[in-house]
Design a protein around this ligand. Structure first.
Ligand code: ZN
Length: 397
């Protein structure tokens, strides 16, 4: 067994033990709702022109909703902002959304000039790649932030796993041909068509125990993403979600070193918020609000899932990806906004003591017993209960 394999085995055993043994989970005596959203700032299909170009390159765009993942426009953002500003909780605070950003895109012009042999990145703060046009986008993000309804968080530098793509770039074959066709058309990748691109910290074609990048590589990537984030937003990220929810202990450690206080985790359990060894608060998504991609989506079932969280005294953490608000090729936005309006209205009616929070509010609440909103200091009772991950995954009700 190699040194790395031994280390990974030890880590796996530690993780298993941790899943079995209880953690101190935080519970609340009021219904709390948080919205968490990924993939902001990441370009996909380059609108109509990109679609035509890919079709003429032999790619049948349109088989799945993610073929129509483009990039938000300033108008998409102002429509979302307006919707959130229509909703207030029982304390008069607007609904708000945590938006996790991919902070760089591929610099297609430089990649092509290099004959597709090297990956070049363009930080979000330096604009969008060749052929992309999004007037007013930066200001639209900032407007939502200054209105207090957008809370930017960290998603990653590229979303895909750089070493996984670099391997293809250094070889020949169908995968490289596909990358070239996409990159010429201004699209970095379409994940479902090429899952081998992996996720930022996770390389899918390595042996099972070695898929996560090393601690050193992850730390470097987290450092790069925090730097680019800080240049774009003039603030450091306090909350983070790993692309594809692929994060391990090394990711959490690197986040903590760079000042991240909240780690967002994917759906599948009803775990209450809890701290890890690095004093980072872990939150778990429990409601998937994805009308753009889920044919079985219904507001009624979202409401049932939210009710289940409240019954357990844990916050309802709603996951909704940026594609739901895109409109430049396919209008996902109109229906998503209507459904979100319906969901929030139903919650406000049903729970007269409802509170809308964002990740940092919840962190403050747990640390100090109160958080600040536009109206002043909000106090909510927080209690600790021991819960294990295993117990939390057995959903009831
Ligand atoms: Zn993502």
């Amino acid at each position: 067994m190699s040194g790395r394999a031994v280390l990974n085995l030890a880590r796996k055993l530690r993780r298993r033990a941790r899943d079995l043994f209880p953690v101190e989970g935080f519970h609340f005596d009021r219904p709390l709702v948080l919205l968490q959203s990924d993939d902001w700032g990441r370009v996909g299909l380059r609108d109509r022109a990109g679609l035509e170009e890919l079709r003429s390159g032999g790619i049948e765009i349109g088989e799945r909703p993610y073929d129509f993942y483009t990039l938000e426009t300033a108008e998409d953002l102002s429509a979302l902002r307006a919707l959130l500003c229509r909703h207030r909780d029982s304390a008069g605070q607007y609904a708000s959304i945590g938006m996790n950003f991919i902070v760089a895109n591929l610099d297609f012009a430089r990649i092509e000039a290099d004959d597709f042999r090297r990956i070049h990145l363009l930080p979000l703060g330096e604009g969008l790649p060749r052929g992309w046009n999004r007037p007013g986008l930066h200001d639209a993000y900032r407007q939502g932030v200054s209105d207090g309804v957008f809370h930017p968080g960290l998603h990653g530098v590229t979303h895909f796993c750089r070493p996984a793509v670099e391997r293809q770039v250094a070889s020949t074959g169908d995968r490289l041909d596909l990358l070239r066709t996409l990159w010429r058309a201004g699209t970095p990748y379409i994940h479902w068509r090429m899952p081998w691109v992996g996720f930022e910290y996770w390389d899918p074609e390595q042996p099972a125990d070695e898929r996560f990048l090393t601690a050193t590589s992850q730390r470097e990537l987290v450092g790069q993403s925090v730097g680019a984030f800080a240049r774009f937003f003039s603030a450091v990220p306090r909350s983070a979600c790993a692309p594809g929810y692929r994060a391990d202990e090394d990711t959490h450690k690197a986040w903590a070193e760079y000042g991240v206080r909240v780690a967002q985790n994917g759906p599948g359990t009803l775990m209450p918020p809890h701290f890890d060894d690095y004093n980072t608060l872990h939150l778990y998504r429990s409601i998937e609000f994805e009308p753009a991609t889920d044919p079985a989506f219904s507001v009624a079932s979202s409401l049932r899932d939210i009710e289940m969280c409240f019954a357990r005294g844990i916050p309802a953490v709603v996951s909704l990806h940026s594609i739901n608000f895109h409109s430049s090729v396919r209008d996902f936005r109109s229906r998503s906004l209507e459904l979100l309006h319906e969901l929030l209205s139903a919650l406000e009616t049903k729970y007269p003591d409802l509170l809308y929070l964002h990740d940092e509010n919840l962190c403050d609440l747990i640390n100090r017993g109160s958080y600040e909103n536009a109206q002043g200091l909000m106090r909510v009772n927080v209690t600790k209960k021991r819960t294990s991950k295993l117990g939390a995954s057995q959903r009831t009700g």
